[in-house]
Design a protein around this ligand. Structure first.
Ligand code: GLC
Length: 662
């Protein structure tokens, strides 16, 4: 059961698709205080677990820390980081009581989950304009399902987008792209897509193509497609300010950019230098921008990633002015090195500054709205506009689309990747913990930059990251400028990579089927163990294992030099070990704790008791796979319900369910 409680005059975010009338009764569970903005307080019981918050840092259980829901470009995020790229305001409390709460509020919202006072969960916002939805049900899974019905069906990518994908900032020329494709094919490692980062464009101008470096893009797209490889270009939110650049000029003429207080288009520096931000909250402007993707879909492009849409701001024109003023104040008459910290602070304060977010305005149905009041909706609306336009441009086929910034509601249009991370062991575990929380908020097509974006990846880290990544719907290896090359063929013994990535392709009928099931039936693809074993205290406390779909459990290795790891089985399961050469070994393991050895070139996963899963033969790309000839592995006499379709069509009535028996 879902009840809605409205305070003040909330901004319409479109996160919710069901029309629920607000209840005038007193909000259950929370004490509401409207003295200073608004706050909701819940006293947590000892054993309560607080799940949710989508992309936020820290544990599957969010207790013990404070999080700020505010879309932030934080390249170097750590355990202490309070805000990441997405803002996902759904929490689920499981313990003495069991309920979910969605705070539909489009700007900064603070979740203090026992940080200030260990038994107190407090959710607070500056303005008392908020819709609160309380979701009740008999179990966490039931609550998530109800919540997901409230927010609408999740995005389904084309099946090829569940293949292995390679990215890098940047493959600078079309020949560099050819080289990646050839090297993967030479190493016999499956590959379904190569990503084009900002350098495919002319001076980072959206919807342009560098003549010098990608003059043959149309031929390249066809050539790659014949190899079963799609190209996926990036689109950034900011439009470069440059006379003669048609899109810039058109947007200006039509008044489609966000403005400052004086009504002049707001200018900020991002990769292209000074840019204007299209006003995605203005429907007309959003559709205008969305239809520009046609420049690339006309060439045969079938997928995009939307970036820098928090929006990320390196500096603003105003910020630079203030910077020089402050700098001359600091340095006037004093050239001492002691100024170092002060100067560093003013340089750092230029980026993603609150002053800038306070000086941007949107045109929402003719009314000026301050950006900071709706900050978390910018990336969401950009991507929603993209999806709407793509439906017009490619009505028959699903397009791959994912975004960096997001808010609940965007899950209907696209997936997300978890933004810039590092080649750190801790970021493998962070991804694992984000996955179920993202699913609760409707984001099913999710994954992190595999191998890590920032700093240099080691061979063992990439292999271990694959041990998790091969189970994530979005499986993309991506790395930053100036970091070591981390394509699988760059390391010794490429057969180890081939073997693990081939396992992903073998598992695809299962992973894709579970994905379709979760998307069409509002289920979770990744579940914390406690969601299935509510009365098992160890399962509830397990933070480094997940159920993948209804049949599998994973327990990836995420520490350096590990020879394996402890795994907790909440029930008897069949452990499946991928050996060198692709052989699969099966062993039944009892409920309880086990030390499971996992050499670097092996993967171990678990099939739940009395279940089985389908496997296919791997191929170099999903296009080359036979999804009809399947083998079942797992428990004898078990059945599997296979959800399947042609992998591409937007017509979801084509999804079929087949019963398979082992
Ligand atoms: C941002 C993106 C990253 C991309 C880079 C250059 O940092 O998060 O994925 O490679 O911009 O476009």
């Amino acid at each position: 059961m879902i009840k809605k409680y409205t305070f003040g005059n909330p901004f319409f975010t479109g996160a919710v698709v069901e029309d629920i009338k607000a209840d005038n009764a007193v909000v259950p569970y929370f004490t509401v205080n409207t003295q200073n903005g608004i706050s909701f307080e819940y006293i947590m019981h000892d054993k309560d677990i607080v799940y949710g918050l989508g992309e936020a840092t820290r544990g599957i259980n969010k207790r013990g820390y404070v999080y700020d829901s505010y879309c932030s470009d934080d390249f170097c995020h750590m355990e202490t980081t309070k805000s990441l790229y997405g803002a996902h305001n759904f929490i689920l409390i499981e313990g003495k009581e069991c309920f979910g709460a969605f705070f539909d509020y489009p700007t900064r919202l603070t979740f203090d989950i026992g940080f200030t006072k260990s038994d107190t969960l407090s959710v607070s916002a500056e303005k008392a304009d908020i819709d609160l939805y309380i979701v009740e049900g008999n179990s966490p899974l039931e609550i998530v399902k109800e919540f997901r019905q409230l927010i609408g069906k999740s995005y389904i990518p084309p099946r090829w987008a569940m293949g292995y994908m390679q990215s890098r900032w940047s493959y600078y020329t079309s020949d560099a792209v050819r080289e990646v494709a050839n090297k993967y094919r030479d190493a016999d490692i499956p590959l379904d897509a190569i990503f084009l980062d900002i350098d495919y464009m002319e001076e980072y101008k959206d919807f342009t193509i560098s003549k010098e470096r990608f003059g043959d893009l149309p031929e390249l797209i066809d050539e790659m497609k014949q190899k079963g490889i799609r190209l996926v270009p990036i689109i950034d939110a900011g439009v470069k300010i440059q006379d003669g650049y048609d899109i810039y000029e058109e947007g200006l003429e039509k008044g489609y950019y966000c403005v400052d207080k004086e009504g002049k288009p707001f200018s900020a520096g991002v990769w292209p230098g000074l840019t204007h931000f299209p006003d995605f909250l203005n429907e007309e402007a959003g559709l205008w921008f969305g239809l520009k993707y046609k420049a690339l879909t006309d060439l045969g492009i079938e997928g995009f990633w939307n970036d820098m849409n928090e929006p990320a701001i390196f500096y603003s024109e105003k910020g630079i002015e203030n910077f020089y003023e402050k700098l001359s104040e600091i340095t006037s008459g004093d050239k001492s090195v002691d100024n170092y910290n002060k100067i560093k602070d003013i340089v750092n304060s230029l980026q993603n500054s609150q002053d800038d977010y306070n000086s941007i305005y949107h045109n929402v149905n003719g009314k000026l709205v301050k950006h900071n009041d709706i900050h978390n909706m910018y990336g969401y609306k950009m991507t929603e506009c993209t999806a709407k336009a793509l439906e017009k441009l490619r009505p028959e086929e699903r397009t791959l689309l994912f975004s960096r910034a997001s808010y609940i509601g965007m899950h209907r249009s696209a997936g997300i990747w978890t933004g810039d991370n590092f080649s750190w062991w801790s970021h493998i575990l962070l991804e694992l913990k984000q996955l179920p929380a993202l699913n609760m908020c409707g984001f099913l097509y999710v994954g992190a930059d595999l191998g890590g974006f920032g700093c240099n990846a080691s061979r063992d880290l990439v292999l271990r990251w694959l041990g998790l990544g091969i189970f994530t719907p979005l499986l993309r290896n991506h790395a930053a400028l100036c970091t070591r090359d981390q394509e699988c063929y760059q390391f010794e013994n490429t057969e180890d990579f081939k073997n693990i990535i081939e396992l992903r392709y073998r598992l695809l009928p299962y992973l894709y089927s579970e994905f379709l099931k979760c998307a069409t039936e509002d289920k979770m693809f990744f579940k914390p163990l406690g969601f299935e074993y509510k009365d098992d205290e160890i399962a509830r406390a397990t933070e480094d294992q997940l159920f993948v779909g209804d049949e599998l459990m994973i327990a990836p290795v995420y520490t350096q030099n590990a020879i394996g790891r402890y795994v907790y089985l909440p029930e008897e399961m069949c452990a499946v070990r991928l050996k060198k050469g692709g052989e699969l070994k099966f062993i039944t393991m009892e409920k309880g704790h086990h030390f499971v050895e996992v050499p670097l070139n092996e993967v171990v996963f678990f099939i739940r008791k009395d279940k089985c899963i389908p496997l296919a033969n791997p191929a170099l790309s999903t296009d080359a796979m036979d999804f009809d000839t399947l083998e079942l592995i797992g428990y004898k006499n078990a059945e599997y319900k296979l959800y399947t379709d042609d992998g591409i069509s937007t017509d979801l009535s084509k999804i079929e369910i087949k019963n398979l028996e082992n």
